[in-house]
Design a binder for this molecule. Structure first.
Ligand SMILES: [Zn+2]
Length: 57
Protein backbone atom coordinates (compact mmCIF):
# COMPACT_ATOMS: atom_id res chain seq x y z
CA UNK A 1 0.00 0.00 0.00
CA UNK A 2 1.34 3.42 -0.97
CA UNK A 3 0.50 6.60 0.89
CA UNK A 4 0.92 10.25 0.02
CA UNK A 5 0.32 13.40 2.02
CA UNK A 6 0.28 16.78 0.36
CA UNK A 7 1.94 18.43 3.35
CA UNK A 8 5.04 16.30 2.70
CA UNK A 9 5.73 18.28 -0.45
CA UNK A 10 5.44 21.56 1.42
CA UNK A 11 1.79 22.26 0.68
CA UNK A 12 -0.43 23.76 3.35
CA UNK A 13 -3.00 21.08 2.67
CA UNK A 14 -4.52 18.19 4.62
CA UNK A 15 -4.92 15.89 1.61
CA UNK A 16 -3.89 12.30 2.20
CA UNK A 17 -4.41 9.38 -0.14
CA UNK A 18 -3.55 5.74 -0.60
CA UNK A 19 -3.19 3.50 -3.64
CA UNK A 20 -1.95 0.05 -4.57
CA UNK A 21 0.31 1.10 -7.42
CA UNK A 22 2.39 4.14 -8.31
CA UNK A 23 0.35 4.69 -11.49
CA UNK A 24 -2.88 4.75 -9.50
CA UNK A 25 -1.26 7.07 -6.96
CA UNK A 26 0.01 9.51 -9.58
CA UNK A 27 -3.43 9.60 -11.20
CA UNK A 28 -5.05 10.45 -7.85
CA UNK A 29 -2.43 13.11 -7.12
CA UNK A 30 -2.82 14.66 -10.58
CA UNK A 31 -6.58 14.86 -10.06
CA UNK A 32 -6.12 16.44 -6.63
CA UNK A 33 -3.50 18.91 -7.89
CA UNK A 34 -5.86 19.98 -10.66
CA UNK A 35 -9.02 20.38 -8.61
CA UNK A 36 -7.55 21.75 -5.39
CA UNK A 37 -4.27 23.41 -6.36
CA UNK A 38 -5.30 24.48 -9.88
CA UNK A 39 -2.26 22.81 -11.42
CA UNK A 40 -3.33 21.60 -14.84
CA UNK A 41 0.03 19.94 -15.18
CA UNK A 42 2.45 18.97 -12.42
CA UNK A 43 5.86 20.44 -13.30
CA UNK A 44 9.04 18.34 -13.16
CA UNK A 45 10.27 19.84 -9.90
CA UNK A 46 6.97 19.20 -8.14
CA UNK A 47 6.75 15.71 -9.64
CA UNK A 48 10.20 14.88 -8.22
CA UNK A 49 8.99 15.96 -4.77
CA UNK A 50 5.80 13.95 -5.21
CA UNK A 51 7.73 10.78 -6.06
CA UNK A 52 9.95 11.26 -3.00
CA UNK A 53 6.94 11.83 -0.79
CA UNK A 54 5.15 8.61 -1.82
CA UNK A 55 5.71 6.07 0.95
CA UNK A 56 5.32 2.32 0.90
CA UNK A 57 3.55 0.95 3.92
ZN1 LIG B 1 -3.15 19.27 -1.67
Amino acid sequence: MKTFECKNIGMNCGFKTTANTEDEMLAKIAEHAKTVHHMDKIDDETMAKVREAIKDE
